[in-house]
Design a binder for this molecule. Structure first.
Ligand SMILES: [Fe+2]
Ligand SMILES: [Fe+2]
Length: 299
């Protein structure tokens, strides 16, 4: 017989997903339409064509990436709702809303600053397509028919660890090291600062979810570790295809850049592996700091 958590026991406000939900209600409500892009329009009008091209390449990846994560999240929300994990679902309602705003934000920049009317998918290299056109939608859509711990883990590894935790973070790093350090496009950078904080909650939730699955399911760590490692060749190709050492955006050092993205992956593995020695109660109480959630003082 059906029962309702909020009439028979209430919500667990101490659990990480509900703490992230409360944070999202305060921090995830910035409006992409409120960001002032007037200085960005002035900057764009005087930037060299080659520099604009490098920014457009990054934007083409972020724009499609945000659209992909908006379109592909629903099967995970469905799987979590089916299991009756109410605190997690409450958080996931903010997650999807935020991805929608990220999609809106990049398109606003393309429309109002860059004036793009052409198809930007020419900037999507084979490795990018492998992740965003194939691996991500396949792993997420599989959840419609299969909500096993393995299927959820595969979806979360692809979505939260690889797409959000490695690729998006490497993208922010590129924007900060190039556009931001040159003092250009302040509206774009302001939006990126907001969405980076949102993304830290998404990755934080994914880390919690995978830690919970590792703790609850004997042997799942080995599967997760193998899944994470299976992306290494594609990630290496991604960097080679998109960041030619001889033609990098101003200010970017190829070796530092490569080591930054590798470090992202290694730090994800390190945090997840800790779940092997934790109890489920310890995982419910995991701190925002341990899963890398950014606090609001950053903006
Ligand atoms: Fe996003
Ligand atoms: Fe996200």
């Amino acid at each position: 017989m059906r029962s309702f958590q909020t009439t028979n026991q209430g919500l667990n406000h101490n659990s990480l997903p509900l703490r992230l939900y409360h944070k999202a209600k305060k921090l995830g409500i910035w409006d992409p339409k409120d960001i002032d892009l007037r200085q960005d329009q002035t900057d764009w009008s005087v930037m060299e064509e080659s520099e604009k091209e490098k920014v457009l390449r990054l934007l083409a990846m972020f724009q499609a990436g945000e659209e992909a994560v908006t379109l592909d999240l629903l099967p995970l929300i469905g799987a979590i709702a089916k299991q009756g994990r109410l605190e997690e679902e409450l958080f996931l309602t903010t997650f999807l809303f935020e991805e929608a705003k990220h999609t809106e934000f990049f398109r606003r920049f393309l429309d109002e600053v860059a004036g793009v009317t052409s198809d930007l998918s020419c900037y999507h290299t084979p490795s990018y397509r492998k992740i965003f056109y194939e691996a991500l939608p396949q792993a997420m859509q599989a959840l419609a028919a299969d909500q096993s711990p393995r299927a959820i883990a595969k979806a979360s590894v692809t979505y939260n660890m690889i797409v959000e935790g490695v690729l998006a973070e490497t993208g922010y790093y590129t924007f900060y090291e190039t556009v931001s350090k040159q003092g250009l496009l302040p509206g774009l950078m302001k939006g990126i600062a907001y969405l980076k904080i949102d993304e830290s909650r998404h990755i934080g939730y994914g880390t919690y979810l995978l830690q919970r699955l590792i703790c609850e399911n004997e042997g799942l760590w080995d599967f997760i570790y193998a899944e994470l490692n299976s992306f290494v060749p594609t990630l290496t190709n991604f960097i080679q295809e998109n960041f030619d050492p001889n033609n990098l955006p101003k200010g970017l050092n190829y070796d530092e850049f490569l080591s930054y993205s590798t470090q992202r992956l290694l730090s994800r593995i390190d945090v997840l592996e800790r779940a092997r020695t934790k109890t489920i109660d310890e995982i419910y109480r995991i701190t925002e700091r341990e899963v890398g959630v950014i606090e609001p003082t950053v903006v």
